[in-house]
Design a protein around this ligand. Structure first.
Ligand SMILES: Cc1ncc(COP(=O)(O)O)c(C=O)c1O
Length: 460
């Protein structure tokens, strides 16, 4: 039963009623959605989203991890409008438009030209799907058909298409689809020894040893290893220690399997550099980009790869080497125009050290708010990513339907924050351009919401 009213004005009331009647929201239990206050966001300014009544909410999840320069950025708006005056969409299927070429050239610079070939799509799942398919087809084209397996890391999330679900953790999100998923192997993520809530030490050896053992046994039947480098976002901002990605890359190289780095989440400033590949000094065989690529403005994704892999696909049409994959809006010109402008602005922002300062500030605020809190099981932060996991004060956990994270996220709205829960956790993913007072507001609003909600939840 829809019990909650969000609407103070007739127009908002109509919008709310229509949403309930016609809407079906992604990753949302619609019964829960209908039974709780809805929020209709109508405008954005910088790090803030504004509802139909003019109330302001800090965008604490950067509109699902996409937003780089804030909402309604004048430079991005101008780039978008300029392109709109030229043309809104041209297919890349056998045709071209100049802004796609310009952006592909810019993206080649991310790896100093090591991955000069850019295959555009329109979302993160597709960027990964393309990398998997290119790897799979490549080994066939070079006469090594047996190399078709995939190894991923436990806890991975690479998207919601069947290919990406197959190589991700078989979590509750995707378990129902198991019968339709293809087989893939997984190696354990590095384990962490925790100290006062923050990750203090990591034991990578068990993880790398397991990967090495899999490769030793199965390299001849393995096409690729796929990894979210440094931080597994959807697993709850689970970190790998510095140097881990490099060690994985070295093993892939040693055993002759491709490395796919899924930087859909970590790319474009999230961890203080344009990519983790750059931070870690690693060149994968495939680099997957989406989310922040077009700064949270438009759906755009890209899979970058090497000239060597590209060349394997060249031949007469009758040789059947063509890569038969493409999406209607692959490399949309509006998205490309915004992406170019975003990159132009982001590079000096990163070089100035501002993003690193914001990240340390976030870490300090989280430490002050969550260390030693009776309802905090653990919290962690790296770059502009963070998570805090809750627990009952005197029991192991709450019943599943208590929905502690969801309750805290709802309460955070009263404190001027929109943020996403994950189970009994809250995930911190602000816009890269977040300002110091906004970092303070972000953490404070979560702390206030926790203190409003958690003490009254009944544990098992
Ligand atoms: C690491 C990673 N890969 C892939 C995806 C899928 O991206 P999209 O939702 O654009 O399909 C996500 C989305 O959260 C992600 O975090």
């Amino acid at each position: 039963m829809p019990t909650a009213a969000t609407a103070a004005s007739p127009a908002l009331g109509q919008l709310d009623a229509a949403d309930q009647r016609f809407g079906w929201h992604p990753f949302t239990q619609m019964r829960e959605y209908q039974d709780n206050p809805r929020l209709h966001l109508v405008r954005g300014e910088g790090s803030w989203l504004i509802d139909g009544e003019g109330k302001r909410y800090l965008d604490g999840n950067a509109s699902v991890w996409t937003n780089v320069h804030g909402h309604n950025d004048p430079d991005l708006n101008r780039a978008l409008k300029d392109q709109l005056e030229k043309v809104a969409h041209v297919t890349l299927l056998g045709l071209n438009h100049p802004i796609a070429t310009e952006l592909a050239k810019d993206l080649a610079g991310l790896t100093d030209g090591a991955l000069p070939r850019c295959f555009f799509t329109d979302n993160g799942s597709n960027a990964v799907e393309v990398a998997l398919k290119l790897s799979f087809q490549y080994w066939q084209l070079v006469g090594q058909e047996a190399k078709h397996g995939v190894i991923s890391m436990e806890g991975a999330y690479h998207g919601d298409t069947f290919g990406t679900m197959s190589v991700g953790e078989r979590s509750e999100f995707h378990r129902r689809f198991n019968p339709w998923l293809f087989a893939a192997q997984a190696f354990p993520a590095p384990t962490h020894s925790e100290c006062a809530g923050k990750v203090a030490r990591s034991d990578t050896s068990a993880s790398l040893t397991a990967l090495k053992a899999l490769l030793e046994r199965d390299a001849a039947t393995t096409a690729c290893v796929i990894l979210e480098p440094r931080v597994q976002g959807a697993a709850g901002m689970v970190q790998q220690p510095a140097g881990f990605v490099k060690a994985v890359a070295a093993l892939c190289h040693q055993y002759g399997v491709h490395l796919i780095l899924d930087e859909v989440f970590t790319g474009f400033g999230r961890l203080g550099a344009l990519t983790v590949s750059e931070l870690e000094g690693v060149v994968p065989d495939f680099l997957c980009l989406a989310k922040g690529l077009a700064a949270g403005y438009l759906p755009l994704a890209a899979t970058l790869t090497s000239e060597k892999i590209y060349e394997a696909f060249l031949g007469a049409f009758s040789e059947g080497k063509t890569f038969f994959h493409g999406h209607t809006f692959s490399g949309n010109p509006l998205g490309c125009a915004v992406a170019r402008e975003s990159l132009r602005k982001l590079k000096p922002m990163l070089a100035s050290g501002q993003v690193a300062d914001r990240a340390s500030h976030l870490g300090r605020e989280m430490e002050a708010a969550f260390a030693g809190h009776a309802h905090v099981r653990t919290f962690r932060q790296l770059g502009l990513t963070g998570s805090v996991e809750f627990k009952p004060a005197h029991a192991e956990r709450w019943p599943t339907d208590t929905r502690a994270g969801y309750r805290v996220a709802l309460a955070a709205r009263r404190h001027g924050l929109v943020i996403r829960p994950l189970g009994d956790s809250i995930l911190f993913v602000p816009p890269i351009s977040i300002q110091p007072d906004e970092v303070k507001h972000l953490v404070r609003a979560v702390r206030l919401a926790m203190d409003d909600v958690l003490p009254s939840l009944k544990a098992d």
